[in-house]
Write a protein that binds this ligand. Sequence first.
Ligand code: ADP
Length: 510
Amino acid sequence: MLIRLADSRSVKGEILIVNILLATSEAVPYAKTGGLADVCGTLPLELARLGHRPILVLPAYRRALWCGVPIDPMGIEFIVPIGSKTVTGRLLQSKLPGGEVPVYLIQQDQYYDRAELYREKDKDYVDNCERFVFFCRAVLELVRLLELNVDLLHVNDWQTGLIPAYLKLEYRNLPRYRNIATLFTIHNLAYQGSFWHWDMLLTGLDWRHFNWREMEFYGKLNLMKTGLIFADSLNTVSRRYAEEIQTPEFGFGLQSVLQHRRGVLTGILNGVNRKEWDPATDRFLAANYTIETVDHGKPICKAALQEKFGLPRRAAVPVVGVIGRIAHQKGFDLIASILPKWAESEDVQWVILGKGDSTLEERFRRFAAQYPQKVAVRIDFCDDSAHLIEAGADMFLMPSRFEPCGLNQMYSLLYGSVPIVRETGGLADTIVDTSERTLVERTANGFSFVQDSPVALNETLHRACAAYARRDIWRQLIDTGMRQDWSWQRSARQYAALYEETARRGAASA
Ligand code: ADP
């Protein structure tokens, strides 16, 4: 088997160079709604540095075309079947800023020339299934159209879940596709791409695959499940989340499927894009700082944050920062349930940035109006404000109900803002709660709580505020967090190893 694999790759020194096609529904800087985009925009650059040959492919959304990165038409059109009709797409090309990674964008304006990526006004686009059936078919056609040598197809979340199925069921016997192995990464199991059964017709796959062992899930077509079943390997974005999703509490119904496939399921923590997130070079900050100059730089950033968000400029009062999708997952309702009491009785400032559930958004707007001296709220998706908060806050709160990996807590560690998190998923894998023992061991880097309850959140915030008052302890927490390595190099090396393993697995099952 290994001899055949080696045929399709070249060997440079010790590294087997793998041709990786990474298919995603979002990637920075082209289009982003969450952490998936950070991963897919950064991982390929690091893989290229390790000697691999990655290629990125994503839809040509309106905002991708306007993102400022040069994108050129290739003059290549293709046609794929969607149900009983055929749909034409075009290929565009670009290059991932910061390296030489080729990027291909699939243009189909009826599907992708829209204001948002997946949903508007709290409602998913009604043709989401069709939009991503088209994308999945287009990714496979790309291999043929550009005569790509692909050893491994790395697909991400439900939007790309059909790719491993098409590969196994339709493309497997074509020469260019025979040796392609597939890795499916779960970035968030809560979003499954679940559609009514008649959408099976759009896929063009035989109805016999619409069964509980393959694509069907409680009477619906489930594209996440399809990916989980047909891919050679599975991973998710932290070890803890890889364990959690095998339980009913976190599995969103797919726990049995994941238990069944646990032999090929692993967890790899995401890294931080240090070009974007580094307090020493961050272009959005009022002052840049490092671990040596944090005591000087951070107070300047804190004052700038207070000013920008209309809060009184007070150096001694702790500032709690919050950034994220305003969703049940992120525990914004837990924050809302304790915020009025904190605003009334504690000398603490809150800076909250987020967008999402409109009812919760409204609650936070009201808090800001009611407590203007203590609570500042911006309902927006705003990258520069996110940077200001990470640098200017003293503490960063993330009380997520579940969190596959979470990036903001890692940014906080690097920016010397002490994270307060719920002990779940990637938050559990990155944050060590402060206790007498962990302080002595010098492993403490934040605060965490287990119970999904306002009481637990309240108690942990009080613990954090007590520690904030002890400058020696607080300085140690900042120091521990800022020294840790959350780089993509580390994660990319783990992905490289997983690609090798997946290629062997794929070859063994072919
Ligand atoms: P998720 O992907 O579940 O939304 P992550 O923590 O993995 O959560 O990644 C979220 C990413 O999106 C981070 O880079 C975070 O800074 C960014 N982000 C989330 N909400 C906002 C916002 N309102 N404004 C700016 N950036 C945001």
